[in-house]
Design a protein around this ligand. Sequence first.
Ligand SMILES: *Cc1c(COP(=O)(O)O)cnc(C)c1O
Length: 432
Amino acid sequence: MAILKMSHQKSQQIFEAAQSLMPGGVNSPARAFGSVGGTPLVIDRGEGAYIYDVDGNRLIDYIQSWGPMILGHKHPSVVASVEAALTKGFSFGAPTEGENELAELIIAAVKSVEKVRLVNSGTEATMSAIRLARGFTGRDVIVKFAGNYHGHVDSLLVAAGSSAATLAVPNSPGVTAGTSQDTLILTYNDSEGVRQAFEQHGSRIAGVIFEPVVGNMGCVIPDREFLQTLRDCTTASGAVLIFDEVMTGFRVAYGGAQQLWEITPDLTTLGKIVGGGMPIGAYGGRADIMDHVLPAGKVFQAGTLSGNPIACAAGSATLRELRDNSPYEYLETLGDKLTSGLQQAASAAGQNCCIQRVGSMMTLFFNPGPVRCWEDAAESDTEKFGRYFWGLINNGIYMPCSQYEALFISAAHTEEDIQATIDAARSTLASL
Ligand SMILES: *Cc1c(COP(=O)(O)O)cnc(C)c1O
């Protein structure tokens, strides 16, 4: 069990009360600290790169709501945009101009997206995208990769990453064999496996969904050959290639991983940053595919709160800020500094670690690496990671509470924050 030096009493009281109110005291398993032990910090407020817990501790935040807060907490232009939207009402279930604004921003930013549908979460986006792939092709099978996480969609909750990996429940009770039998699981970065799957099952494959930089088994980077194989095999067989950019969209580049890797998917799923911290998701892509969605086409998908005005206001303000004051070079500088600092600290401490990073998302694996797929990631020393995590918390650094999550740097982080993090990591790594 974790030894916490700072005061933690109020967090503990609130989390204790939460136990009888919500399953496990939380509304999403990743935040329950299940894999590192101990009780989570209960957060009171955020400001830029920092969060403050209910006991008054200030921490440098590398979770950033698991990605959405790329501008940091409470960015003034996002706050202003949300405040303006609030004065008009919260939801109408009818078209609003704000939806056009966010859709235009997405379409302008993400090259492959010609039309987009707004939904309420990343899970809804991936669920709808695979339904559309099946409806469009008239085929059943969806290919996914072990350790990739696409939300808690039944048929994708097989060999899933994120908290599913952490909690070692790759197949959740309640997901029927019938549901998952149309899901084909392959190994990430295994081009030969992809080619074989298409040779054997090509005519039944509706689509391939994957994370074009994985965040949900820790940060794992795709090979160029793997990406090209996915594009070539899906094109040749008429299957739909889906980039799940819920995490990478507007994170690794303004145009997402597809801009970085210069590969064009047929459909893209978005979430997280696209809502600027409000609940949102989106899926979009080729107009000829998107026009199969109701009411333009026959593939059913709906949502009472979809295109919510407040969420659109937060999302649009975030994207405008990212477009007009691009932080990506700055984030690369910070990411590079953090990587080399942590690498040096780990070497000095004699820890056999590998650090994998794309832009402002990265993971320090307690694993010599390189980590290229779930089997590699699973070799990590998660017990040591838990001690590293608590050591950092004690030094005011709030990192993802699992080896199998990526950390995020925001535009609000400073060089001093990064240096403070490296210093904290140096003493922590030396003590493990
Ligand atoms: C977070 C995430 C999801 C799920 O999004 P939710 O908003 O949590 O439903 C799907 N895919 C990827 C790649 C993600 O990182």
